[in-house]
Design a protein around this ligand. Structure first.
Ligand code: LLP
Length: 406
């Protein structure tokens, strides 16, 4: 990291702020796009939930990315960023009539339905609009992703997807849905997966479904394998490359001549971002040294919510010689970014970077403890731009209004 440049940005923008590397984001997308070139037909849809900053979306859209969306607002964001509708896929267990209507009207690539009643609703809306909606069934593969329990999605007890047998029955009775072209299958196993085996298991099950359907004369056109490829958060961790992942897919699906859809989020945006914060206080107790930052769990909730590990580095020279618990200012014991981190001696005003925060960082932020949302800055070589300025207190409270009787 370029300490001088980051210090300059911090002086200008204030802390905390998210800092994104355009170069890294582009490299990550390119690596994925290159890996899928070996496939017959593929669309890489960036999981907007991991980072919905319009500039980030515009960079990816410009490189040919599609979008994986989970709400009506994400649909608007993707379209505004220049993603063409035929590269947008829509998942989620609770899509509303309004959201589905917007998606059908926009003519998106595929709505991944997560229940039979959703398919019926899509069918009704499409018929009312005089359109045919492209629909995929999100199946629940019942595979253990071996990741954090709060980000595993493909097990039977999770709320996601349609049970294997029900999906099979629905595909075979697709004729009943006159407003729907039921031509795809989606299987998303979970997130932050570092072991390729759960993917293989899910692919094998999906392939079996394709074969069973083919035997009945039903040919699916798209296989959407979701997202989930992990990133290295720790120095000693390593993540499979997109090429390794695609090799497993090819190994399982070999002869499939339809289209593959991918919904990567974290492995594109994760290591392209860091949360930059200042040390506001160094607090010594009998037990510990605490480095208290001006960023808190409201800015980056992953450590508090998932016990997630993020590498923390001090943006100063000096030997890592002191052990700190790096914490935020929020009135919650869970507001800890990292325990027992060995860093150079820290002083008030020093900058630290909480790394690999480009995915599920800014998008999960809140105003808890009366804290305006942090700024976001894009870095490209030596130039930088504020791509979301810091929220003001007035903006934070701008939606509130008095009750007339108070
Ligand atoms: N597709 C579907 C249907 C998903 O549910 C998700 C993530 C993705 C794609 C993108 O997954 P990725 O490639 O980013 O792993 N907030 C959590 C992660 C939640 C993931 C939710 N679904 C975290 O900070 O770890």
């Amino acid at each position: 990291m370029n300490i001088a440049l980051i210090s300059k940005i911090a002086a200008e923008v204030g802390t905390p702020f998210y800092l994104y590397s355009e170069q890294r984001l582009r490299q990550n997308f390119q690596a994925f796009a290159d890996a899928v070139k070996t496939l017959n037909k593929a669309t890489v849809c960036f999981a907007v939930k991991s980072n919905f900053n319009p500039t980030i979306l515009k960079i990816l859209a410009g490189m040919g990315a599609g979008a994986d969306i989970v709400s009506g607002a994400e649909l608007e964001l993707a379209l505004q960023a220049g993603v063409s509708a035929n590269k947008i896929v829509f998942s989620g267990v609770g899509k509303t009539r309004t959201e589905l209507t917007a998606a059908i009207q926009a003519g998106i690539k595929q709505i991944n339905a997560e229940s039979e009643s959703e398919i019926r609703l899509i069918n009704d809306i499409a018929l009312e609009l005089g359109k045919t909606a492209a629909v995929g069934i999100r199946v629940n593969p019942d595979v253990d992703a071996r990741t954090h329990e709060k980000i595993t999605t493909g097990k039977k007890e999770n709320k996601f997807g349609i049970d294997w047998n029900d999906a099979y029955r629905l595909f075979l009775s697709a004729e009943q849905f006159k407003g729907v072209s039921l031509h795809g299958i989606e299987v998303h196993v979970g997130s932050q997966i570092l072991d390729l085996e759960p993917f293989r298991e899910a692919f094998v099950k999906t392939k079996k479904m394709l074969t069973a359907l083919k035997d009945k004369g039903v040919l699916l056109q798209t296989v959407d394998v979701g997202g989930g490829l992990g990133v290295a958060y720790k120095a000693d961790e390593s993540a499979p490359s997109p090429a390794d992942y695609i090799a497993v897919l090819q190994d399982v699906f070999g002869d499939f001549d339809g289209e593959f859809v991918f919904e990567p989020g974290r492995c594109l945006s994760g290591d392209a971002g860091a949360l930059i914060a200042s040390v506001v206080r160094v607090k010594q107790t009998d037990e510990k040294s605490f480095a208290v930052l001006d960023a808190g769990m409201n800015d980056l909730v992953r450590p508090a919510m998932y016990d997630a590990y993020h590498t923390i580095s001090a943006l100063k020279d000096g030997k890592a010689s002191r052990t700190y618990d790096v914490v935020g200012p929020i009135c919650e014991s869970a507001d800890i970014f990292g325990k027992d981190r060995v860093l150079p001696e820290l002083d008030e005003g020093d900058l630290v970077a909480i790394e690999t925060a480009g995915a599920y960082g800014a998008t999960m932020a809140s105003n808890y403890n009366g804290r305006p949302l942090a700024a976001e800055v894009l870095l490209d070589g030596n130039r930088y731009a504020v791509i979301r300025r810091r929220q003001t207190v007035a903006e934070m409270m701008g939606l509130c209004q008095p009750a007339p009787w108070v």
